[in-house]
Write a protein that binds this ligand. Structure first.
Ligand code: 5GP
Length: 358
């Protein structure tokens, strides 16, 4: 047994210190980024935000709503090949779509069938997604998919530490997805005791990833996945070095999101179901296998209306963060940022307002 004594940080443990800036308007801050990758020959340009591949946020309707904003939708794993084929007849924005899969034999058979049907040209990203990216079979799977899909931008996760980030990148991943136990619908920490505070995971994994580069100026990249509660968390993730940010809960609860709507005491709520919740395992696999426990939960999010309003608010908030630290682009956030450790990330009047209005 060994104890690491250095304190690890969540988004809520810090604030961003303002800095003198020559920017005159929020409009001066550009959120678009362009990336060259470690393995894939593709170039990608867009807003580096991604929806989680969950029932509520990895849907066709979310993709249609968010692609015009430059955001990438990670489709959930449960669409059939026929459904995908139908969708791609009217949706041809490959840079805004990720196909996601696990590492079961059935997942690879489906991916091969998707390729055979010629559908792989409709998505630029392939995401190998498992709750625990530390197992050997996962690394082998990354190597296999890299070999079979040399052109695609390969995302692999989830992990939270530097050495495995490097290993996944060297095994063929272009982007490593970072976050264990941070998701709002995740109860892994409660069930297993395993996890890593999200901001520290991002800082450490980004540092490891950015240190691996190629002769074409591509380097390893990371996604901060889970745990963003406010727009400010998104800014903090980018300040910490995240290249992309993925969220489920931020994009759930809107008209365009998936999940059933229920009404309680005259108020509308949308169901947000953790991918490993009992409910999701039953819905998608018909059972919770005897050897595993559910590591997710279902929450109900107050109905939030049109997602377009939220996206404009999120973009405005990010631009404002940029003006406070003098960053002209998202790319500069991490160079310009100094974090200060705090006891409270929000002022108390706002916390009172939130609790009174829940
Ligand atoms: P959020 O943005 O809601 O905080 O987190 C979304 C992320 O939580 C997802 O991208 C995924 O990594 C993670 N996640 C989703 N469902 C579950 C679940 O049932 N269990 C666990 N452990 N993590 C989940």
């Amino acid at each position: 047994m060994r104890i690491e004594n250095e304190v690890k940080l969540d988004f809520s443990d810090v604030l961003i210190r303002p800095k003198r800036s020559t920017l005159t308007s929020r409009a001066d801050v550009t959120l678009e980024r362009e990336f060259i990758f470690l393995h894939s020959p593709k170039k990608w340009k867009g807003i580096p935000l991604m929806t989680a591949n969950m029932d509520a946020t990895g849907t066709f309707s979310i993709a249609r709503a968010l692609a015009p904003h430059g955001i990438v939708t990670f489709l959930h794993k449960y669409y059939s090949i026929e459904e995908l084929a139908e969708f791609f007849k009217t949706f041809n924005f490959p840079d805004r779509i990720a196909y996601t899969l696990g590492i079961r034999d059935e997942d690879f058979e489906k991916l091969a069938a998707v390729k055979k049907a010629g559908l792989d040209k409709f998505f630029s990203f392939i995401c190998l997604d498992v709750p625990n990216g530390y197992i050997d079979r996962f690394i082998q799977s990354v190597k296999k998919v890299r070999k079979d899909f040399p052109e695609h931008i390969l995302v692999a996760g989830n992990v939270v530490t530097n050495e495995i980030t490097e290993e996944l990148l060297l095994s063929g991943a272009d982007i490593v997805k970072v976050g264990i136990g941070s998701g709002s619908s995740c109860i892994t920490r409660r069930k297993t005791g395993v996890g890593y505070p999200q901001l520290s995971a991002v800082i450490e994994c980004a540092d490891a990833a950015h240190g691996i580069s190629n002769e074409k100026k591509g380097c390893g990249l990371i996604i901060s996945d889970g745990g963003a509660v406010y727009p400010s968390c998104v800014a903090k993730a980018f300040c910490g070095g995240a290249d992309f940010l993925m969220s489920g809960s931020l994009f759930a609860g809107y008209e365009q999101s998936g999940g059933t709507t229920i009404e309680k005491d005259g108020k509308k709520f949308k169901r947000y179901m953790g991918s490993s919740s009992r409910e999701a395992l039953f819905q998608n696999y018909g059972k919770v296998a005897a050897h595993r426990a559910s590591e997710g939960r279902v929450t109900f999010i107050p109905h939030r209306g049109d997602i377009n309003d939220f996206i404009l608010d999120l973009f405005g908030s990010l631009r404002s963060s940029g003006t406070y630290i003098g960053a002209r682009s998202l790319r500069e956030f991490s160079k310009r940022a100094t974090f200060i450790r705090v006891n409270h990330q929000l002022n108390s009047s706002l916390e009172r307002y939130d609790s009174e209005n829940q």
